[in-house]
Design a binder for this molecule. Structure first.
Ligand code: GLU
Length: 288
């Protein structure tokens, strides 16, 4: 889909797993600026699919910090934890296409298999998230899968990447407004996990479904997430979703040259506010 600048929709999609820092402020302002300079709409989305790491107090702090910065967003805010049915529908569609399989491996099983394979002539490659899944459960028979599920074994759902790529009619691309037409190579992730038992979705699936359902036409996010776009582009194709355009912005670095992270307590928006900085100071610090 080509983006009509009059109805551009961007979004900022933080996870409430900690306080927002200067890097998040930059990302949120970047997204809002992209929407407003083209007369479009800016959305805020709370990515709270991981109950073990997300906390209500961090979500409240997101609203406080962003309002303090002067951002305005549409309500109601989409909170991913309330939309598990949408992700489940998407994963059922992929399952009907025969593209998902249950994986019963523990982290230990995977590490052991990778260690063994290191001695083999074609040993396992690394992907953006670490070593690729060596495919142990891909070859299980239907009977064994059924037996283990019935026995209550914990499993994740993985995408059979080889099969998924075979479904495509040709190479996939996306338009990155800074980098141009970009070839998608989702195979770099191997058989990526799309759902887990405790969280019936994954970052990749939830983001792709939400961007589609919310009509996002321009995805803006940090360049650290650029590898993920390869998988998202594949999911869009398999699920017959429209394709947004992308801007993957640079990341702010701390004085140590490393990119800002939740460990940089002095650069949280809360700390900056308490240290007497104004929203304008923060915009300047973010280089905006
Ligand atoms: N929730 C993700 C994060 O906080 C961002 C997702 C995205 O922008 O696609 O890193």
């Amino acid at each position: 889909m080509s983006t009509d600048s009059t109805n551009i929709i961007t979004r900022f999609a933080p996870s409430p797993t900690g306080l927002l820092h200067l890097g998040h402020a930059y990302s949120a302002l970047f997204s809002q600026t992209e929407a407003s300079r083209q007369g479009g709409r800016f959305l805020l989305r709370i990515e709270d699919i991981d109950p073990g790491r997300c906390r209500a107090e961090f979500e409240d702090a997101i609203y406080d910090d962003l309002s303090w910065l002067g951002l305005e967003w549409e309500t109601p805010v989409r909170r991913q934890s309330r939309h598990m049915d949408d992700y489940d529908n998407a994963s059922r569609s992929l399952d009907k296409m025969g593209l998902l399989y249950p994986c019963f491996c523990t982290r230990k099983d995977i590490q052991a298999e990778i260690k063994n394979a290191q001695h083999a002539p074609h040993h396992n490659a690394d992907g953006p998230d670490g070593p690729l899944y060596p495919g142990i459960c891909r070859e299980l028979s239907e009977d064994e899968r059924e037996y283990r599920i019935q026995a209550g074994e914990v499993f994740a759902l993985r995408l059979d990447m080889g099969k998924a790529i075979c479904c495509l009619s040709g190479p996939l691309h996306w338009l990155d407004r800074d980098r141009g037409e970009t070839l998608a190579t989702p195979e770099i992730f191997g058989d990526v996990v799309l759902a887990r038992k405790d969280t019936p979705t994954s970052y990749h699936l939830a983001v792709t479904v939400d961007d589609h359902l919310q009509g996002v036409t321009l995805v803006t996010r940090g360049e650290d997430l650029m590898p993920s776009t390869h998988v998202h582009r594949l999911l869009q194709e398999l699920l017959e979703f429209d394709v947004p355009e992308y801007r993957h912005h640079g990341l702010l670095k701390g004085s140590d040259g490393r990119r800002l992270a939740k460990r940089d307590k002095s650069l949280t928006l809360k700390a900056l506010r308490e240290a007497g900085k104004s929203p304008d100071d923060v915009r300047k610090m973010a280089g905006l």
